[in-house]
Structures are given as C-alpha cells and as structure tokens.
Design a protein. Structure first.
Ligand SMILES: Nc1ncnc2c1ncn2[C@@H]1O[C@H](COP(=O)(O)OP(=O)(O)OP(=O)(O)O)[C@@H](O)[C@H]1O
Ligand SMILES: [Zn+2]
Length: 751
C-alpha cells in the first residue's frame, strides 16, 4: 500500500487552509516512483517540523524553488526527503531558512545507526515557559482580585508573559501569514493580538503561555511515539567480538564487520549480526524478531539473528549479512515504510480537517460581525467569542490522533513478531470474515514422513529406489519425505541418475530412467495417464480417510508402488483455529492435496471447511468465491503455489518470515515464526486499534464541538479553549500509545 501520488508530488492547492488541516503526519512516495525522478535526493532533519502545521508551509515554499521534483515528509521522524535536479542544495537551504526552518542535512548511509537526541526541548525553554505561565497566572489573579483588567501591573505582567512565551509563535505565525498560510501559529497570534486589542490582557497572556506549554508537551509525547520504533533498533548491540587472522579476538563496531567473518557470542549476550552457527550450540530467545521468548535450540548450521538473546551456551558463527541488511534492520525499514502509507481513517481525518479549519474560520468571522452589525450587540463580547473560535479552528489533536495510534499499533505488532506492511492492513484486520489456510507447512509442519508402502507390481525395493530417485530432484515436502525414508532405510545404496526431470504443478514429477518414463504423483496424475483402476482407488481412500497423503509411482502403462506419507499438525494450529472461531472468523482449508486427506486434517484441527485437489488457479477462484459470499477474506500460505490466491485476498499472511526474504517482501502481514496464533492476535490488535482510533476521533471532535457551542452560546474563555485543545492533543497521543502496552500484556495470556 503506497500513498497516492497527489500527496507526494508538490501540491500548490489549499494554500489558504490551516496547515494541520490538509497534511497527514507522514507522507511518502513508493520507492519505485522516487527512483525515476530527480537526479539526486537529499534528506533533511528539521528540528522544528514537529507539528503537522509546518508541512504545508514548507511544501508551499519549496514549490517556488525551480528544480525540486518531489517532497517526502516524515513528520514523526522530522525528516524531509527532497528529490531535485539542482546543481547544489543552496537554494533549498535558503528557502528553508527563509521560512524559519532549522534544517540539518542527514547522511542517508548512516541514518539508520544514528542515535539522536530527539528532545526538542532544552531546560532553558522549560524555564522560560514556566516563567511565562507564572506571570500569566499572576496577571489573571491581580485582575480578578482588583476587578481591573487593564491596570498597569496587569498589563506589564501580561506583556511580559506574551513576549517571553510567544516570540516563537509570533515569528512562525508571521511567516505563515506572509506566505498566505493560516496555520496554528498564525491563528494563535491573531487570537492573542485580538484579545490585547479588546483589552483582555490577562486572557491574552494565558493563551500564549498555555499554548507554548502545550506545544512543548505535544512535541515531547510525539517523541515517545518515535521511540516506540527506535526502541526496536536499539536491540542490536553496537559491538561484536570478531576472530582475527591470528586466532585472537577483537571487539569492533558492528558496522565494521564484514560478511564471512567469525563472531563469538557469550551466554547472556545479544547476537550482534545475522549469521549461521559454526561451532558450539545454544538456546536463543528470538523475541526481538519473532515475538516468542521461549528459547529456540540452535546447533551448527542454524540461522541466528541480530538482536536475539543468547540464553545458554557460548557459540561461534559466520556473519551472513551486513549490519544494515540484517533481518532486524529490514523489519525496521518495513515498519517505517508502513507508517508512510496512510491508513483509511487517517485519510478520512485529513479530508475532514481540510474542510474544518476554513469553516470554523468563516464561522468566527460571522460571529464577530453579524451580531454587532445586524443586532446591535456589543462588539467586545462578540469579538471575544470569535477569538475563542479561532483558537479551536485548528484540528491539531484530530490530525495527530490517527498516525500516533496507527504507529503504536504497528510497533506493538512488530514487538509480537507480526510485521504489518501498512496501516491499511492494521485497520482492515478486524473486518476479516474468512481465513483461508493452506495445508502443507501452514496447518501442518510441512515435514511429512512415510507411513505405508504398498506394492502394486514388481519388486518393492527397486520401485522404492526409483521413487526416491525421482523425489530426490524435487523439494516438495512429499518428495522430501520419500528421500529421507530411503536414506534411513538404505543408507549405503545410491540413487539412480534420472534425466529430463520435470515437475508437474499440483500433481507430481516425471523423469526418464533407462529410456523409460516414470511418474511420481497423486491420483490426478494417475488419472491423467489413464492407468487408474478401482482397486487402487479403494486403497487410496482408506489412506486418505486417515489424513495421509498418497503418491503413486507409475510407468507409462501401470501404477507400480504406492507411498503414503503423514504430516504432523502444528500444536498451535488447533488453538489458533479455536480462537479465530471465537472471534467469528470462518476458516477454510485450501490445498493441492486431495479432498479426503484435506477433510481429515481439517477435522483434526477444527477447520470449518476443507477443499482439496486445488491447482493454484483453483485456489484463486476459491478466494474469489469466499469474497463474494462472505466479504473480507484473509489467506495464509507459504507463497509457493498460492501466490495468486495470497495476492487476491484482502490480507495475505506469510508464516515463518524470519529467514525467508520472499515472505517478508510479498506478504501484507508477515508472521515472523510459524505460530498461527499470531493471526488471532493480529485481529485482536486490529480491533483494539480501531477502538482507540474511534475513541481518539470522538474525543478530539467532541471537545471541539463542545467548545464550538460554548464559544457561540455560552461563556467559553480563551484560555479554556487552549487548555481543552492541549488536553485533547495529549489525551489522543497517550491513548494511542496505550496500544503498545496493551499488546505486551495480552501476549502472555495468549501464549
Ligand atoms: N514434487 C512432488 N513430489 C511428490 N508429490 C507431489 C509433488 N508435487 C505435487 N505432488 C502431489 O500433488 C499434491 C498437490 O501438490 P501441491 O503442491 O499443489 O499441494 P500441497 O503442497 O500438497 O498442499 P498445499 O496446497 O496445502 O501446500 C501433493 O499433495 C502431492 O501428493
Ligand atoms: Zn482414479
């Protein structure tokens, strides 16, 4: 899910809207579209680009710079990527400076490893804000006690408060107004100035002081959202112990370790980089990757991942990828990309906010003018009401509410070993009505073993050898079972060389041995060869009824040998299916294996419906049918013979994504290990996300509506409006961040 182009190309419309209104917190292009445009690209870190208000301003300003082709905003990271065809970056820097943005060039190569101090606040500014708030309160108190709003003491204290806390706001507001942009700073500056003009000194001071306080608190809490993701990155150690040519060990930075080098990991240490174990053995807690903290035994030849925790033994391993390319690094890149794509709710909110600000602004104008002019009411009262409206015209809380929630949902999922490729899937998960599951490797372990051998003709061992020789060329699980069986039964007998080997999709394999064609495959294959018979079918049925998979070795004229294999059902499958049913999700098994076997296994794990004998295109059709009949359909599979079906489903899940690149790249949701229970967990997270999104939107909107009504008909004061606005922003941010916690605790109940 990549964002649409209209958000990513430079946009010149809507220049007069409030900046928070028409900008998402993060926008970005899909990687494909950025490659083609612009000769070069630069990344800036803009320290004061922390509220959605700044984006439109920057967008507008940079539009006027010739040679800039594309802008990518990541407000959560405060990063701006600019694609351009300029000779150098001076014009960009100048333009950013003109609108008061402190832009700092980021070296893209090292940015992943950077540990930045993200706090935009210094103790000095806290001190200033404290002083501002204190003098505003003092002014308010004196005015209240003396009953005089414009005594010289009140004016002096107020002016002091406005100046010391409001300089930044005035500056930003002025720049925005000069660029014909009505952002929150401009709105606040107008409101405060207006209040001063009508003689409401303490009010003006209070608004300014509270506003700068809320800006700072909001920036701080957004930092927490940022850290939810960056916390994942911190899991890989910075240093590694590397074997030197002379056999000694040296500790170096992980970014200097090359592929192929040997590292040593002591018990209790975290694995610094991805690699393959070469010496020793241990048990490793892979929670940072898979979300599952029960240690996994690792022996020579097993893969280990950066960031995972070595629990018991000391071991050596060979590095297989650079730091920037580790599984953990790739997961983080995926999450960052996922953040960049906008979830549906976010799009709705942005759309809404675009209308909201101008409407409230016009309403404020009407409130200011209509009652005094047409009904002869008091100017000062209605101007004041209009100013309150201005304060609540900026939908900052609303705009912030969605991305913060979605990002913490994505981070929470990643912590649980569920990699979601975009907010859209996180939001969509709760709508799933059907989950289609592939059988082999998904419900079962995908490592079957031979259970029965039934000779049909000729010498059993000769034919078994032939079957194993054909199977040896295939990596299908059924073939694998036959090979393994042969090797344990006849470890010294070598297999026959076959020629013209060919895999027959969904049926089996064929190859030539001694100028004769041999076939190894399922019932469908025997039918296609036209050599099936009723007694063979009867035997087939008894095996299949037991949930076994049968393949038959045939030559061109007759079936020769029958081999039955059985796969083990994953322990977690049954529980996962039960949890899905409890959530009201229908389950259906779609498999290339025969229907009888499929039904037997489905019964074993409690799956509602099972369909067998499906070729890849049949699986696709089955998904289409489920969609028509039930609505939202998810599919989980290995992606080998069910890629089209996975793509067709609303959400495609891949299992065991740690260690396989394709699953990580192609699935909409990648489960880092083989635990199907992650799917109900994902749905649960999606439900929670949606609940929190709804809470946040109603909270932000509700407070606005209350104040809108109070402002016009009642007696809402300016500082109450600012206070409510700040409260709403903070509430939605903290409510969003709650997701990370919720999931960590719920996991223990699921496992
Ligand atoms: N290379 C092969 N070696 C042996 N048997 C095979 C091979 N390819 C296919 N078959 C037979 O054809 C059947 C269907 O194969 P297919 O790959 O479509 O599905 P599957 O892997 O068994 O199941 P699922 O669709 O659940 O992954 C298998 O169950 C097996 O009996
Ligand atoms: Zn038949």
């Amino acid at each position: 899910m990549s964002s649409t182009t209209e958000q990513t190309s430079i946009c010149t419309s809507n220049q007069h809207d409030c900046a928070c209104g028409d900008t998402p917190l993060i926008t970005a292009t899909s990687p494909e579209s950025t490659a083609a445009v612009g000769a070069s690209s630069v990344v800036y870190r803009i320290e004061n680009m922390d509220c959605p208000t700044e984006e439109t301003l920057i967008r507008q300003k940079l539009t006027s710079v010739e040679g800039i082709t594309q802008l990518k905003f990541n407000l959560l990271e405060r990063k701006l990527t600019i694609e351009h065809r300029l000779a150098d970056e001076k014009p960009i820097q100048r333009a950013l400076q003109e609108i008061g943005m402190q832009a700092e060039l980021v070296d893209t190569a090292t940015q992943a490893q950077q540990h930045r101090s993200t706090s935009p606040t210094s103790s000095k500014s806290w001190w200033l804000i404290g002083l501002g708030v204190a003098s505003a309160i003092a002014a308010e108190v004196i005015a209240w006690v003396s009953g005089n709003e414009s005594s010289w003491a009140v004016i002096a204290l107020s002016l002091f408060a406005i100046l010391i806390s409001g300089v930044g706001t005035y500056k930003k507001g002025w720049i925005a107004l000069a660029n014909l942009n009505l952002n929150i700073n401009a709105l606040m500056a107008i409101a405060v100035t207006g209040a001063v003009i009508i003689g409401q000194w303490p009010e003006a001071a209070m608004v300014m002081a509270l506003f700068s306080l809320s800006e700072m608190i909001e920036a701080l809490s957004l930092d927490r959202a940022r850290n939810a993701i960056r916390g994942l990155m911190a899991m890989a150690p910075e240093q590694a112990t590397v074997k030197q040519a002379d056999g000694t060990w040296l500790t170096v930075g992980t970014d200097q370790v090359q592929i192929g080098e040997i590292l040593r990991v002591a018990p209790g240490e975290r694995v610094p980089l991805d690699g393959v174990l070469t010496e020793g053995a241990s048990a490793i807690d892979q929670a940072p990757i898979t979300g599952e903290s029960i240690p996994v035994a690792k022996n020579i030849g097993d893969q280990v991942f950066a960031g995972t925790i070595n629990q018991s033994g000391s071991f050596l391993y060979r590095v297989s990828s650079l730091k920037s390319d580790s599984m953990l690094a790739r997961i983080i890149v995926r999450i960052e990309e996922a953040q960049a794509s906008r979830a549906p709710t976010q799009r709705f909110v942005d759309q809404f906010a675009k209308i909201y600000t101008p409407v409230v602004f016009l309403l404020a104008l009407a409130v200011m003018i209509v009652p005094p002019v047409f009904f002869g009411l008091l100017w000062s009262v209605w101007v004041y009401k209009a100013l309150v409206l201005l304060v609540i015209a900026c939908p900052c809380a609303l705009v912030v509410s969605t991305p913060v929630t979605v990002v913490s949902g994505l981070a929470a999922a990643a912590k649980a070993g569920i990699l979601i490729k975009g907010g859209v899937y996180l939001e969509d998960g709760r709508n799933l009505k059907v989950l289609a599951l592939d059988k082999t490797g998904t419900i079962t372990l995908g490592k079957p073993s031979v259970t029965d051998i039934t000779p049909l003709q000729g010498d059993t061992n000769t034919h078994l050898g032939l079957a194993a020789s054909l199977a040896n060329r295939s990596d299908h699980p059924v073939s694998g079972a036959i090979c393994r069986y042969w090797k344990t039964q006849f470890p010294t007998v070598s297999l026959t060389e076959v020629s013209q080997f060919e895999a027959l999709m969904g049926r089996g394999v064929k190859a030539r041995v001694d100028d004769q064609w041999f076939y190894l495959g399922n019932h469908r294959l025997v039918e296609e060869l036209g050599i099936c018979n009723t007694s063979l079918e009867a035997t087939l049925r008894t095996f299949e009824g037991d949930g076994k998979t049968v393949v038959i070795l045939c030559n061109e004229t007759a079936p020769l040998l029958m081999v039955a294999v059985a796969d083990t059902v994953r322990e977690t499958s049954r529980q996962a299916i039960a949890e899905l049913h409890a959530m009201g999700v229908r389950t259906v098994m779609l498999t290339g294996d025969n229907t009888l076997t499929a039904k037997a296994i489905a019964k074993l794990v409690g799956i509602d419906d099972a369909r067998g004998d499906l070729l890849p295109e049949d699986k696709l059709a089955a998904i289409q049918q489920e969609i028509t009949q039930y609505g939202h359909v998810g599919m989980v599979g290995d992606g080998i013979n069910d890629a089209p079906a996975l793509a067709k489903a609303h959400i495609g899940f891949a299992m065991g994504a740690a260690g396989t690149d394709t699953a990580l790249e192609t699935a909409d949701v990648a489960l880092m290990d083989d635990d199907l229970r992650k799917i109900p967990q994902f749905i649960q997270l999606s439900q929670r996300t949606s609940r929190i999104l709804k809470q946040n939107i109603s909270l932000a909107l509700g407070i606005k509506v209350i104040f809108l009504i109070l402002a016009v008909f009642g007696s809402a004061s300016l500082w109450m409006a600012v206070f409510a606005d700040m409260g709403a922003s903070l509430l939605v941010i903290f409510n969003g961040l709650r997701l990370v916690k919720l999931t960590t605790t719920s996991k223990t109940t699921l496992v």
